[in-house]
Design a binder for this molecule. Structure first.
Ligand SMILES: Nc1ncnc2c1ncn2[C@@H]1O[C@H](COP(=O)(O)OP(=O)(O)OP(=O)(O)O)[C@@H](O)[C@H]1O
Ligand SMILES: [Mg+2]
Length: 473
């Protein structure tokens, strides 16, 4: 299937290249949302960039008014295009239009042949309804228009007025049309309104679902597809996979060396498999480990979980390459004696000093030998044991130190239970944020920040019998 470019790059990308050629698409929206502008832009792009002449049919405005608006607003000289036979602007009544369109060799057909028209915009099919025809006849006319446009292979936009969300009823036109694109205006950031464009239907093409924002710029409408953030150009770096296929694809290889990722999760979401899979892959990649556990996860739990992922820490333990920072008084098997750093009795200052004296020298020395480290922090533990203030300070220092040393960090946190300042601070300081939450009967996961600027849509977390026990859909 070939696609016809809409002349709006962002919209083309949402439509995987454009509107399927020859289809009739309803473009609906409230007054002032930009239907006319988008329609004319579609014809203008066809005429000037794709050698596809087109016809603009209007029932409302006089041609002079349209020429002036488009020239003044966007610099589109429609008159010049008409002179070059790349465009026709037709102003007539809905009745005449219907009559001429269906008449053998009527004026519309003649016009299509004359200029070799490939595109058509009808502004607007809502006006079919104003005529005194019965509802049945109105339906028939939309049906008829669609069939004739198909016959003449016109890729067309049928503009349609739609007032808000008031009626849940789906208009008949939307069933008949090959596609439906909706323009809307919504409340945004209190003071502002945002304009959104959404493709509700497009036969024969995959679409990027959801609402995308658009603006009027000096050359027409500009659509910014959702989730296309500004990219940080990364220096070539090594990635360690997360072990979760879809996540690795989004992150374009996995977690970059020396980056800090946050895993934001609410209490209902099962985050264990995400953590364990990343943890296991880091160990498989040859990293040494620091793990700061929660009250719910003992050393033994960590070890057991890793063994579910076919990873043993015996070697690391033997060689002093696995440490657990323990905030809770609890017993642990004696083979972990050297690995556990018991900080349960230390106040905040003592704690920091302890890490500086006992952990940092080990790490720097081993890094001098070319070894690499992975640190996992349950920030909820720091939060509950050492306070919100300490979280920001601790995290700031840890991230800075990790960056300087090239330690890869994964921190578990729960934004919902933090002050907004703390969570946004954490978010800013880290290079990646992965969120997982439960909504209704489903768990979701979304990458909301990543070092390469790629952000994902919310994905459903499906459990799986096989490693890594989760599957993202
Ligand atoms: N640069 C701009 N910034 C903000 N708004 C703009 C800009 N240029 C045009 N507009 C607004 O866009 C709207 C015009 O869009 P257009 O006429 O295409 O909408 P429409 O959906 O066809 O409306 P109608 O239902 O009235 O025909 C106007 O409300 C105008 O104020
Ligand atoms: Mg209009």
């Amino acid at each position: 299937m070939t696609h016809t470019s809409t002349g709006i790059a962002g919209l083309d990308s949402i439509l995987q290249g454009g509107i399927p050629t020859g289809s009739a698409v309803v473009l609906e929206g409230a007054p002032g949302t930009g239907k006319t502008t988008l329609g004319v832009q579609f014809l203008y792009a066809g005429a000037t960039a794709h050698n596809e002449p087109g016809i603009y049919v209007t029932f409302e405005e006089l041609p002079d008014q349209i020429y002036a608006e488009m020239k003044n607003g966007y610099g589109w000289d429609l008159r010049a295009l008409e002179k070059e036979n790349k465009l026709r602007v037709v102003c007539l009544s809905p009745e005449t239009f219907l009559h001429q369109l269906t008449e053998p060799n009527g004026i519309i057909e003649q016009m299509i042949r004359q200029i070799g028209s490939k595109r058509m915009v009808i502004d607007s099919i809502s006006l079919f309804k104003l005529s005194d025809a019965s509802e049945k006849d109105q339906r028939k006319s939309v049906y008829l228009v669609r069939n004739v446009l198909r016959k003449f292979a016109q890729t067309s936009l049928l503009l349609q007025e739609r007032n808000g969300e008031q009626s849940g009823e789906i208009p008949f036109e939307n069933y008949v049309a090959d596609g439906v694109i909706r323009l809307a205006m919504k409340e945004h950031l209190q003071k502002y309104r945002k304009r959104t464009i959404e493709v509700l239907k497009m036969r024969g093409t995959r679409i990027v679902e959801g609402e995308h924002q658009y603006k009027f710029v000096d050359h027409g409408i500009h659509v910014v597809p959702a989730l296309s953030m500004v990219e940080d150009k990364l220096l070539p770096t090594q990635f360690t996979p997360t072990g979760i296929a879809r996540l690795d694809k989004i992150l374009q290889g996995g977690v970059p060396e020396g980056s800090t990722f946050l895993l934001d999760t609410n209490s209902k979401a099962n985050h264990k498999y995400f953590i364990a899979s990343i943890f296991a892959e880091q160990i498989k990649a040859g990293k040494n480990v620091i793990s700061l556990n929660s009250s719910l996860t003992s050393v033994t739990d960590t070890v057991n979980f890793l063994s579910l992922f076919d990873v043993s820490i015996d070697e690391l333990l033997k060689n002093n390459k696995f440490f657990v920072i323990e905030h809770y008084k609890r017993s642990y098997p004696s083979q972990y004696k050297d690995a556990v750093l018991d900080v349960s009795d230390l106040n905040n200052d003592e704690y920091k000093q302890y890490l500086r004296q006992n952990l940092l020298p080990v790490i720097t020395e081993s890094m001098g030998k070319g070894e690499r480290w992975y640190a996992y922090y349950d920030l909820n533990t720091i939060f509950s044991q050492r306070g919100a203030q300490f979280v920001t300070r601790f995290f700031a220092e840890e991230v800075a130190r990790a960056k300087a040393l090239g330690i890869t960090v994964l921190a578990l946190c729960n934004f919902a239970e933090m002050e907004p300042e703390v969570s946004s601070y954490l978010e800013r300081s880290s290079s990646g944020v992965i969120r997982t939450w439960v909504d209704g009967n489903y768990q979701f996961m979304q990458v909301t920040k990543s070092p390469n600027g790629v952000v994902s849509e919310p994905l459903i977390v499906e459990s799986s019998e096989r490693l890594p026990y989760v599957n993202l859909v």
